[in-house]
Design a protein around this ligand. Structure first.
Ligand SMILES: [Zn+2]
Length: 274
């Protein structure tokens, strides 16, 4: 009897060790940092962002953001913002590369660049990361590599990857980037054919969803509003619905990347949420 209790104690001890290493020290740290990736401006939303013209004269401050995700020793960028020479007063004041330098990250250290979709304000500085594997929706990649890309498809920053010089992974569905569920790219089509969002699970701060342009501002997210220039209305509403359900099930913090009111949901640069 004494012997069997001793054996049980040993077995339980071993189990406790296994569990603690699975939950604790062994798991890579994940952090999330917001980068300013363009110069914001006020926009009257009815002009382009509502196909039902539902918002009267509502104007919202529109920002441009991208994000650095650290997973252990690996870095992933989510979206690359406006180009440094973008016209119309929206060009960034500091490049993504220079912002990364401020947190001690060189462009060569960026293993993945996740692109929510092919528009110019999300792809402008992609060419600064030729060594990265680009993760982008299959529908968007097809539009980028079409013989004559449609207006609004910002294919030029992808030249290095189109030519075969860089690694590209077109996504047909979701993608668990690091295989441990902490960074999952979500298939949320509608704004563009291959539009994706990303869910990031942090140990202290909980789950975040960066929605790309699945919605551009709070009112559109709350009332299922659809911009006039989206490629598929039904897909847009289904994608907003999916994000809302994930938000509810995981008590997630939803960040609408263009909405200035969501900037403060993450610590101010260079601090990271963890
Ligand atoms: Zn867009």
């Amino acid at each position: 009897m004494v012997r069997s209790i001793a054996a049980w104690t040993l077995a339980l001890g071993a189990l406790a060790l296994t569990v603690s290493s699975a939950l604790g020290q062994g798991a890579p740290e994940v952090t999330l940092t917001r980068l300013e990736c363009g110069t914001g401006q006020d926009r009257r939303v009815n002009d382009r962002f509502s196909d039902t013209w539902s918002y009267g004269d509502l104007k919202v401050p529109f920002v441009f953001s991208c994000y650095l995700i650290k997973h252990g020793d690996d870095y992933m960028l989510w979206d690359t913002g406006q180009a440094m020479n973008a016209k119309g007063g929206v060009a960034p004041k500091v490049s993504v590369v220079d912002q990364l330098a401020q947190v001690g990250v060189a462009p060569e250290q960026v293993k993945y660049v996740g692109i929510s979709h092919y528009h110019g304000d999300h792809t402008g500085q992609l060419a600064s990361f030729p060594g990265a594997t680009v993760l982008i929706g299959r529908g968007d990649w097809a539009a980028i590599t079409a013989p004559k890309p449609a207006p609004g498809v910002n294919f030029r920053p992808f030249a290095h990857w189109i030519s075969g010089g860089g690694k590209i992974e077109p996504l047909a569905a979701d993608k668990d980037v690091f295989g441990d569920g902490t960074v999952v790219i979500l298939n949320t089509p509608g704004h563009t054919p291959g539009h994706h969002s990303v869910m990031v699970k942090l140990k202290e701060s909980g789950t975040y969803i960066l929605v790309g342009d699945a919605a551009h501002f709070h009112e559109n997210y709350q009332t299922n509003g659809v911009p006039t220039f989206n490629v598929n209305r039904a897909d847009t509403i289904a994608s907003i619905d999916r994000i809302k359900k994930i938000e509810k099930a995981h008590r997630a913090t939803v960040i609408i990347q263009h909405d200035a009111r969501d900037v403060e949901k993450l610590p101010p640069f260079p601090a990271a949420a963890r």
